[in-house]
Design a protein around this ligand. Structure first.
Ligand code: KG4
Ligand code: ZN
Length: 342
């Protein structure tokens, strides 16, 4: 008798992207993301507007995910949703939708920790591509707009936090620096773009001193701000005339901090498999610097495809797949959590 496939609908709504994905037996069939442009003019995510946009987007996004996957809603075995961490109003939309859908279809629901999702994105399989996932244990540098963590991953659902930021996240460091430069939100991808034409050693900024495997980025932001304010007094067009060099130098500072700590974590644990995850892992300099560690430190590195770096429901659906195998379902009374340990 043929084994029945496992089909999971994943829902992600923790911040400003509404996303739905279908994963069947670990293979991704669809991954639909609706971005919210409404926040751009405010220079950051406005929670009230995010919740409203999720409410508008969720049904069409899920509908498209099911259609593009070429399945019927009756084929879905369970709904996995992001329980947290994230913005409460945003999470509520996804959690409520997941519960209602599951009730209507009479299928179980699976809660997913967004940060675990980012890490497990490494295990999403694609029918068209060769799959390349880390073996256990491995270290994962998870860098997003809200988090910066070094996690020891022992198994699909076994995580140990080794270090994290004590103030801003790496993505925030990119976005806040971009804001100082007058770039629109989110500035991370723009810094990456302009840095390609700049000199990374043109400017140097203060380096944080933080114990063990923790990070700090708030001092860097202040150092960037002071450098720019000082230079602008001498030349009001300083930013305009030095934008590429400023972006390259800022990016170099952030990436150096991240790489130094991941090397330290590898030395301390003796683990030589290193992965990156989260929105900032889309950064080209971080990707290149990590790859270089293969030659300079004999490490084996894993970098997810761009589409699985930033928030997406594929990562939630794959985590749901592993939890489904262990029958880790939750009850209908589950509520979202804005803070959630890994
Ligand atoms: O994981 P993510 O999509 O959302 C959160 O869970 O926070 O990460 C978003 C963050 C933003 O701070 C954004 O500026 C940053 O990832 N980001 C980048 C790049 N692409 C996205 N930062 C630097 N370079 C990039 N190419
Ligand atoms: Zn994220």
């Amino acid at each position: 008798m043929e084994n029945k496939s496992i089909t999971i609908l994943g829902i992600e709504s923790s911040c400003d992207d509404t996303s739905a994905s279908i994963i069947q037996d670990g293979y991704i069939l669809s991954n639909i993301i609706a971005n919210q442009d409404v926040h751009q003019k405010y220079g950051g995510v406005v929670p009230e507007l995010a919740s409203r946009a999720h409410q508008q987007n969720i049904i069409p996004v899920v509908d498209k995910a099911i259609k593009d996957a070429g399945i019927k809603k009756e084929d879905i075995d369970a709904v996995a949703f992001t329980r947290g961490p994230g913005l409460l109003g945003s999470l509520l939309v996804g959690v409520s939708f997941a519960k209602s859908f599951a009730l209507a279809q009479n299928i179980p629901i699976i809660e997913v920790n967004h940060m675990q999702g980012h890490i497990l994105a490494h295990f999403i399989k694609e029918k068209t591509n060769e799959n390349h996932s880390p073996d256990f244990p491995f270290l994962c540098l998870t860098v997003s707009g809200g988090h910066t963590q070094i996690v020891k991953v022992n198994d699909y659902l076994s995580f140990e936090l080794l270090g994290e930021t004590i103030d801003d996240a790496a993505g925030e460091a990119f976005d806040k620096s971009a804001k100082i430069l007058g770039l629109p939100y989110p500035g991370g991808p723009l810094i990456d773009k302009y840095a390609k034409e700049g000199n990374k050693t043109a400017f140097t900024f203060g380096k944080p001193k933080v114990k063990e495997l923790d990070f700090s980025f708030s001092g860097l932001k202040t150092s960037i701000l002071y450098t720019i304010q000082k230079q602008q007094k001498l030349n009001p067009k300083f930013i305009e005339e030095n934008l590429n060099d400023l972006c390259a130098s800022i990016q170099h500072s952030i990436v150096t901090i991240l790489i130094e700590k991941i090397v330290k974590a590898s030395e301390q644990t003796g683990i030589s498999q290193i992965a990156i995850a989260g929105g900032v892992s889309a950064n080209s300099s971080l990707r290149n610097s990590l790859k270089e560690l293969e030659n300079t430190h004999s490490l084996k590195t894993y970098i997810p495809p761009f589409s699985y770096c930033t928030d997406n429901a594929g990562m939630i659906a794959i985590t749901g797949h592993f939890k489904y195998l262990k029958k880790e379902f939750c009850h209908q009374g589950v509520t979202p959590k804005s803070r959630m340990a890994i």
